[in-house]
Ligand binder design. Structure first.
Ligand code: GN1
Ligand code: MG
Length: 378
């Protein structure tokens, strides 16, 4: 008889998840399955099994089909990148079972499971003895996440980036985000919220010249396309629970051809903010230059040699641009009536946008120092 599984706060019975777990080649007997993690997009479960006394944990994720339209190609990207990483890690004498994610096919050999209602699920082995952080309290730990994302870049430097599918076209094309998403959201005013945020809209419009900068450099062939992670939040790195060294990077949904600068900039946006990205008290929001330096040092120690001068010249700016872009995306979603990011309360996206814009404003004040730090490290 199938064991009854409860998931989520308050023990909500999710009978659907039983059917999902049954589809994968998991070892042992199911003990429990609970909602897990803090992503804004997918719904994640941790399933624990008892395999003849040995505990086995698997992460199962329901993929957000509103965000990801092309699951076949998304999972193809993930399987090809992780199998490549496994080989590279092994070649370098590392532990390929811990240093990259190990995805599990379904019993019928598919890379994900689609149930009768069309929902899609995929699964990977939980990285044992590892933890992730939404904030860190030392620059050393943050530097470790720079090492992890820098290593990800380095290990994939010979991977043929053009074989990857662009599963979310224009993901970090800031100009596209401005012209084709932000401005139409303001004009449509679908949720009737434009009147609530004139200052935030003006903040974006008055800085629109930031938007095309990196895109233009790509078009002029001054910046190389690379395999990029594209979502380098601190909580997308797993750390060893004992040594506090970074073990591997997770959340590979947005692995696509992109810029090394996107990965660098997005990490700073999230991890070098003195507050959480949704802290409403803007006095708490600022760029921590010690954290900025620590991350840059870690990242460059792994990826530095392969970066071009033009990439290095734009590292500091990329932090500002990724923060600006993310704030604009939160504001766009607020104006659209919260259709993209998960929110916990009605103003959540607006609070996030204000927070990101406060960080942009602080980075503008400290741009010369950020540039100097990069120059001193290169
Ligand atoms: C989303 O999946 P998650 O929560 O790690 C988003 C990122 C944003 C981030 C902001 C596919 O990341 O682009 O930077 O929220 N992912 C997608 O916290 O849109
Ligand atoms: Mg993500």
């Amino acid at each position: 008889m199938m064991k009854q599984v409860f998931a989520g706060k308050g023990g909500i019975c999710l009978s659907d998840i039983n059917d999902v777990l049954e589809q994968f080649n998991f070892k042992g007997e199911l003990k429990k399955c609970e909602i897990f993690g803090s992503g804004h997009i997918n719904t994640t479960y941790l399933a624990e099994y008892n395999d003849n006394g040995k505990e086995r944990k698997y992460v199962v994720q329901k993929i957000n089909l509103n965000v990801f339209k092309d699951i076949e190609h998304l999972m193809d990207n993930i399987f090809s990148v992780t199998s490549y990483l496994r080989k590279e890690i092994k070649k370098n004498g590392g532990d390929e079972n811990r240093e990259t994610l190990h995805f599990i096919k379904t019993k019928s050999g598919d890379k994900f499971y689609r149930n009768s209602s069309g929902d899609c699920y995929r699964a990977y082995v939980y990285v044992s003895d590892s933890v992730s952080y939404n904030s860190v309290d030392s620059p050393e730990l943050f530097a470790q996440s720079g090492v992890a994302f820098g290593k990800f870049q380095r290990l994939l430097s010979d991977f043929p980036a053009d074989t990857l599918y662009e599963t979310i076209p224009n993901f970090h094309n800031t100009q596209f985000r401005y012209e084709n998403e932000f401005l139409p959201a303001v004009n449509a005013d679908t949720a009737g919220r434009v009147n609530e945020c004139p200052e935030e809209i003006e903040f974006v419009n008055s800085r629109k010249e930031y938007c095309p900068r990196l895109v233009s450099l790509i078009n002029e062939s001054k910046l190389p396309l690379r395999v990029t992670h594209n979502d380098t939040k601190l909580n997308n790195v797993m750390f060893d629970a004992f040594s506090e060294k970074a073990v591997c990077v997770i959340d590979l949904d947005t692995v696509m051809p992109g810029l090394a600068l996107y990965d660098f900039g997005d990490s700073i946006r999230f991890g070098a903010n003195t507050a959480a990205e949704d802290e409403p008290d803007l006095d708490k929001v600022s760029i921590d230059l010690d954290y900025f330096k620590a991350y840059a040092q870690g990242f460059l120690s792994e990826a530095g040699e392969s970066l071009t001068q033009c990439e290095k010249d734009n590292l500091a700016f990329s932090a500002l641009l990724m923060t600006f872009e993310c704030g604009m995306r939160f504001l766009t979603d607020y104006l659209n009536g919260d259709t993209y990011f998960k929110t916990a309360y009605p103003e959540h996206n607006l609070v996030r946008a204000r927070n990101q814009f406060a960080l942009v404003a602080d980075m503008e004040k400290h741009m010369a120092e950020m540039e100097n730090i990069i120059t001193s490290l290169c």
